[in-house]
Design a protein around this ligand. Structure first.
Ligand SMILES: Nc1ncnc2c1ncn2[C@@H]1O[C@H](COP(=O)(O)OP(=O)(O)OP(=O)(O)O)[C@@H](O)[C@H]1O
Length: 316
């Protein structure tokens, strides 16, 4: 993968729109003018509530859904002017476990490579199957594979034509912790070898941990697109947590004007503005309200908070 030319942007999308026409002629505007750039070599996260347009976006990149307007460049190739090269540059791991029951994993990879015109001498089916822990299942019928194995087979299939960009649509939905961990470590390995990764996930912690850069899509528009630390720092609110001597049964009276909440474990949480409010004042206010303070800690905002602030919706 090292001999590949590398454009600055793996994906560049301008003015992308998609309007679906429903059964009764009703129109659904799934994408309403999306501009998005995915830098080459990054692990890029696409987050958004249900129905935000993430799958539509990915399916347009994959060539599975026809856009209504706008331009899409994949690995420098314009999707309209150079459909073959732009398609060859991207591999998509779909959300659904749609493996062909009568193909063995090896046959599935060979068929996929054949579809993209990869000559036999350049196919790496066995290597890919081994990397995904499917070597001993290479000749088993796909229908006999476990759910986790099918998921890994879909990743393998998406890699069969050696794409520069790998898209994973909700790759860890319904996946157990062990598979999730091994999937992510493989994704990191691919990224280290130069593959640009785009993933959608509802697991905000995961996006926070995995992604260099994150776009938040809401109602068919890009609500935010920033490097992960910058996105997090947009939120000025920190939280002071007071751990009382004995768990509180209710938030004490006398904390008027503070957005105090009681946590299920009996701790008291008090949001405050970084740099503007003094957390020690909050401690004094709590003490004055009768709270016996055993310990205090502060928390940074996480993506869930950013998400809430931007979209007003709570994520999954
Ligand atoms: N084939 C279709 N025909 C009509 N409407 C569609 C079609 N596919 C998607 N939509 C609508 O387009 C909007 C965006 O859907 P999309 O699946 O892209 O969202 P999403 O962000 O991927 O959601 P999720 O997280 O639930 O997968 C939704 O309102 C959806 O109902």
């Amino acid at each position: 993968m090292s001999d590949r030319h590398e454009p600055a942007d793996a994906i560049s999308v301008r003015g992308l729109r998609k309007t679906y026409r429903g059964a009764g002629g009703a129109e659904v505007e799934a994408l309403r003018g999306v501009d998005l750039t995915v830098p080459s070599g990054s692990i890029f996260g696409l987050l958004g509530p249900n129905g935000a347009g993430k799958s539509t976006f990915i399916n347009i990149l994959a060539g599975l859904v026809v856009k209504s307007a706008g331009s899409v460049r994949i690995w420098g190739f314009d999707q309209d002017a150079n459909p073959r090269m732009s398609r060859a540059s991207i591999g998509v791991v779909p959300q659904e476990l749609n493996t062909d029951p009568f193909f063995t994993p090896r046959e599935a990879l060979e068929a996929q490579a054949g579809l993209y015109g990869v000559p036999k001498s350049r196919r790496r089916s066995d290597e890919i199957l081994a990397a995904l822990g499917l070597a001993d299942k290479a000749h088993a019928y796909a229908r006999s594979l476990s759910g986790g194995m099918k998921r890994r087979l879909l990743v393998a299939k998406a890699l069969a034509h050696d794409p520069a960009v790998l898209v994973l649509d909700e790759p860890t939905a319904g996946v157990d912790i062990e598979l999730r961990r091994s999937l992510w470590s493989y994704v990191r390995e691919l990224n280290a070898r130069g593959v640009t990764i785009i993933l959608t996930t509802h697991y905000l912690e995961e996006a926070q941990e995995m992604c260099d850069r994150i776009a938040i899509i809401d109602k068919g528009r890009v609500a935010a697109c920033e490097d992960t630390p910058a996105l997090l720092s947009r939120l000025q609110d920190k939280t002071l947590v007071i751990h009382p001597e004995t768990p509180l049964a209710a938030a004490p009276a006398g904390l008027d004007g503070l957005r105090a909440t009681l946590r299920p474990n009996g701790d008291l949480a008090l949001p405050y503005a970084r740099g503007a409010d003094d957390p020690l004042d909050l401690v004094a206010r709590a003490q004055a309200a009768g709270v016996m303070v055993r310990d205090i800690s502060t928390e940074e905002p996480d993506l869930e908070d950013v998400f809430l602030a931007l979209t007003g919706d709570r994520a999954a």
